[in-house]
Design a protein around this ligand. Structure first.
Ligand SMILES: [Zn+2]
Length: 226
């Protein structure tokens, strides 16, 4: 097989696949292109060229994540939209102590264990959310039945017909203004069940910058990982 020379930022993987696929490797932002054995260099370059807008968009997304420090590094946790250094103390509780000023968490958690991270976020949610929800409910005159914290894949929160509020533990990764909006959103459902005009008017009256939070959830929120 002749030597194939591709630009240095592109890595070609030839495999027994049916179609060409592209991805951007997070660590070094290299373009990884997987192609079937029989595809020529010219065809590959054409494919990459065609997908340049997508590639640029992915790169921008990565840079955005980095600049916002929500790309988790070992020994750290993303909490309320910021990166915290974790000081592991075996005899501390898993919930631990969160120092917002110094951005330090002192906890027994092993940050490199995904299940432990998920448990930690659920514990934090149970600690942080109820007082916040009560406060916002009181301020805007909402009544709810009970609060539950879950691990959900597709939803940030929901409100049952009986007025019970459910929240996704993952929301503890999002900034405070987003947490505020998610709480208002579900509280507003206790009065307006559907996403109609009245619902959004109510949300806006309690959370004037809700569109910004919505935008965060549609963009950054989709790539956040516990
Ligand atoms: Zn809703």
């Amino acid at each position: 097989m002749p030597m194939e020379l591709f630009p240095p930022e592109i890595e070609i993987i030839r495999k027994r696949v049916k179609r060409m696929t592209l991805r951007i490797r997070t660590e070094d932002e290299r373009i990884i292109c997987t192609i079937p054995w029989y595809v020529s260099k010219a065809e590959t370059m054409e494919f990459i060229k065609k997908n340049t807008p997508w590639i640029e968009k992915q790169k921008q997304k990565l840079q955005q994540l980095r600049s916002m420090q929500i790309h988790r590094e070992p020994g750290t946790l993303i909490f309320m939209g910021e990166s915290f250094r974790v000081i592991s103390v075996p005899n501390a509780t898993q919930l631990g102590i969160v120092n917002h000023d110094e951005r330090i968490i002192i906890s027994s958690i092993n940050t490199e264990d995904k299940q432990e991270r998920k448990d930690w976020y659920a514990l934090q949610a149970k600690e942080v959310l109820p007082p916040l929800i009560n406060e916002h409910a009181k301020e805007h005159g909402f009544a709810f039945k009970k609060i539950s914290i879950k691990h959900q894949t597709s939803k940030w929160g929901s409100c049952s017909v009986d007025g019970s509020l459910h929240f996704n533990a993952k929301m503890m990764l999002t900034p405070k203004h987003v947490i505020h909006y998610l709480i208002i959103h579900e509280l507003a459902h206790t009065r307006e069940f559907h996403h109609g005009e009245k619902f959004w008017q109510l949300v806006e009256s309690c959370c004037p910058d809700y569109l910004e939070a919505e935008k965060y959830l549609r963009t950054t929120g989709r790539i956040l990982e516990m």
